[in-house]
Design a protein around this ligand. Structure first.
Ligand code: ZN
Length: 282
């Protein structure tokens, strides 16, 4: 099980940046608590630098994560700037990052950035910096700046529950992809869940498959790009964990084969209708 260390930036006597009625230490805590709640449904070990408004120094967090042997150090912040026009999401890894940090940024950044962009903010890019949290942690580490508290637009998004929910699920999906996380309770109980895929039987829908494996339809559609039309055909392959590129390709080809068979059946019906008509005519 991967060990994920979550740090809500600042806290206690360190409020971080402020603006538009928001305080950074509260926003980072909100994000991390929502993330921890969502991740607790998965087979992952979590440790939080703080769960309330406590003063936890950077060095205390760094050494705690190092001692614990975390697989990832995730630090959440919110930007602030003197010019309120500055806005957008950005993420940081160390200036000479490990392969693990690069991979974490490559997976987590685009998913979070996409949510900011979809809600009208922008992606300021994947960045590198010599921050203590990134330099002194011995495991892959990423620091995210969730918008600008000083910008009315970004601050407005941080105040919206549905935006924050989307940000949380996008981040969870990132962690699922990073570590191939399994939902709790699905591992080992259902034979299909063990193999990570389900073969659709007649009458099954995305909804019934989602319920069976305690997933949501949205999650299934993210895991299965070949089911983007929302229709489940008998014989369709449904991946329950993140499929590899080859598996994705295979599922897509399998889907095309199913569609061809369906068409073939329709042609056979038309063929026999033509045959009986022509018999009546002769
Ligand atoms: Zn900060």
């Amino acid at each position: 099980m991967p060990k994920i260390y979550l740090r809500a930036g600042h806290g206690g006597t360190s409020p971080g940046t402020t603006g538009n009625g928001l305080v950074e230490k509260q926003e980072t805590l909100k994000h991390v608590l929502a993330l921890a709640a969502a991740l607790s449904e998965y087979e992952a070990e979590l440790k939080l630098a703080r769960t309330g408004d406590a003063t936890v120094s950077l060095s205390a967090s760094i050494s705690e994560a190092n001692r614990w042997g975390a697989d990832l150090y995730y630090s959440s912040h919110v930007n602030g700037f003197s010019d309120s026009r500055a806005f957008g999401y950005e993420s940081y890894i160390y200036t000479s990052p490990s392969a693990g940090s690069i991979r974490a940024q490559n997976i987590l950044h685009p998913r979070q950035a996409a949510v900011w962009v979809r809600w009208g903010s922008r992606d300021r890019g994947m960045k590198r910096a010599d921050f203590a949290e990134l330099r002194d942690t011995v495991m892959p580490a990423i620091l995210v700046e969730q918008g600008f508290i000083s910008n009315p637009g970004d601050a407005g998004l941080l105040k919206q529950g549905s935006f924050l929910n989307e940000l949380t699920s996008a981040t969870v999906q990132g962690f699922v992809e990073l570590y191939g996380l399994q939902r709790k309770g699905t591992v080992g109980k259902d034979p299909a869940a063990k193999t990570g895929k389900h073969l659709a039987a007649a009458g099954e829908t995305l909804q019934t498959v989602a319920e069976r494996y305690k997933l949501t339809v949205a999650e299934l559609m993210l895991l299965n790009p070949h089911l983007a039309d929302g229709v489940l055909l008998e014989g369709d392959i449904v991946y329950l964990t993140t499929p590899g590129e080859l598996e994705k390709e295979f599922a897509l080809l399998n889907r095309e084969l199913l569609l061809c068979r369906k068409k073939l059946k329709e042609f056979q019906v038309i063929g026999s209708q033509i045959q009986s008509l022509s018999q009546q005519l002769t």
